[in-house]
Design a protein around this ligand. Structure first.
Ligand code: PMP
Ligand code: GLU
Length: 397
């Protein structure tokens, strides 16, 4: 059987593949410090699990309306109002199988064949493939140290062509941990307005911001931005609920309706039991305490990992958010480990595995000079992991 041209053009998710590989090695008994998983290593809080159990006991096990149960959509709309200063009616909210699914439906709803989407790099691996799957063309704009790995107005202006439909923005960013400030977002929003661009804003790491920084949704910085942005968020990272598969988006009414119509033919409603769990997660006061606890734990780990790397003289992008450290490795290219040449981040990660450390190659994020370390591991593992990275680097010739 021959697969379609479209399917041929889609690469598998490197983040998921590398995590699976690390887990398989661990299951075989290998000692691996896995800095791979882009998911909190905490269990879902009990009050959320209890809400799911109650929902099952009450027989909430049937299909729901495609865009989600009204109570959850209402709770999400209230969350946007309370925390982001954004007013949406519940009909503008669509609940999906994870933010990944929300993003896919967002692109599918606004892109025509050949439409260009500007994607600042380093970017999360899935955007480019989803844009392709939706018939669009990802136009990657490389950001660098000079701008703190943020997209700036002049770069955005230069990337715009008559075919540009949309900008993808991800703040806090996976893999760099960069967080955009309000003024920076205003500049970007103004440039989008000048050129009539839409914005897809992925805000799944919204709660994971440190050092007193504040997450701002680009949709909240101007009327134009509000009317032309699809805001994507979810419960995976915020409430340690990656396996429950609940994401959501807010969009102009006609877009939300189109997304709901499409979703009615792809996945239907997101898992009913998980929707009730997400409702408890978002509405219950206990959620705030959990977020506080998790954020302060990640903050401690972030500082520990950063200082350990600094001590070893390893360069990285200092993260303000999310739970990743993006480590610079291009200085080691051209060297070899145990007779094996390091030509790029994929070689680097493959060989690093021999020293018992799993990490995701920057090539997956459009930045081959880097490697991503997720500090979704214990502090002890952080220390042991950096020890092993240091031993690895010392063996390079
Ligand atoms: N966006 C970013 C930047 C992510 O890192 C992830 C993690 N998988 C997602 C979206 C999707 O999250 P989920 O589908 O679990 O809600
Ligand atoms: N987003 C996480 C990561 O970047 C989870 C894996 C995935 O969904 O791609 O590792």
């Amino acid at each position: 059987m021959e697969i379609s041209e479209k399917a041929k053009s889609i690469a598998p998710s490197v983040t998921l593949e590398v995590s699976a590989k690390a887990n398989a090695l661990k299951a075989e008994g290998a000692s691996i410090i896995a800095f791979t998983a882009g998911e909190p290593d905490f269990n879902t809080p009990k009050y959320i699990v209890d809400a799911a159990k109650r929902a099952m006991d009450e027989g909430k096990t049937k299909y729901t309306a495609t865009p989600g149960i009204v109570e959850l959509k209402r709770a999400i709309a209230e969350k946007f109002e309370r925390e982001n200063g954004l007013t949406y009616s519940e009909n503008q909210i669509v609940v999906s199988d994870g933010a990944k699914s929300s993003l896919y439906h967002a692109f599918a709803a606004i892109l025509n064949e050949g439409d260009e989407v500007i994607v600042p790099s380093p970017y999360w691996v899935t955007y480019v493939e989803q844009i392709k799957m939706s018939g669009g063309v990802a136009v990657v704009v490389k950001t660098d140290e000079k701008s703190g790995y943020k997209l700036i107005k002049s770069q955005l202006e230069r990337a715009i062509t008559p075919k540009t439909k949309c900008l993808l923005l991800n703040s806090p960013c996976n893999p760099t941990g960069v967080v955009y400030g309000e003024e920076e977002l205003k500049e970007i929003a103004y440039t989008c307005e000048k050129h009539g661009l839409y914005i897809v804003s992925d805000e799944v790491y919204e709660k994971l911001v440190f050092d007193g920084k504040k997450h701002v949704s680009i949709a909240s910085v101007s009327d134009y931005a509000k009317q032309n942005t699809i805001v994507v968020n979810g419960v995976s990272k915020t409430y340690a609920m990656t396996g429950w598969r609940i994401g959501y988006l807010a969009a102009p009414l006609n877009v939300a309706k189109a997304i709901s119509a499409m979703q009615g033919h792809t996945t239907s409603n997101a898992c009913t039991v998980s929707q009730y769990a997400a409702l408890a997660a978002i509405s219950d006061e206990e959620g705030k305490q959990f977020i506080e606890f998790m954020t302060s734990e990640f903050d401690e780990r972030r500082k520990i990992l950063a200082s350990l790397l600094e001590k070893e003289g390893i360069e990285f992008v200092y993260p303000d958010g999310a739970f990743y450290v993006f480590m610079k490795v291009d200085g080691y290219f051209g060297k070899s480990y145990d007779g094996n040449a390091i030509r790029g981040s994929v070689d680097f990660c493959n060989l690093l595995l021999s020293e018992g450390v799993a990490a995701v190659p920057g090539a997956a994020f459009g930045a081959d000079g880097f490697v991503r370390l997720a500090y979704t591991v214990s502090k002890e593992d952080e220390r042991e992991g950096v020890k092993r990275i240091s031993a690895f680097l010392k063996k390079l010739v």
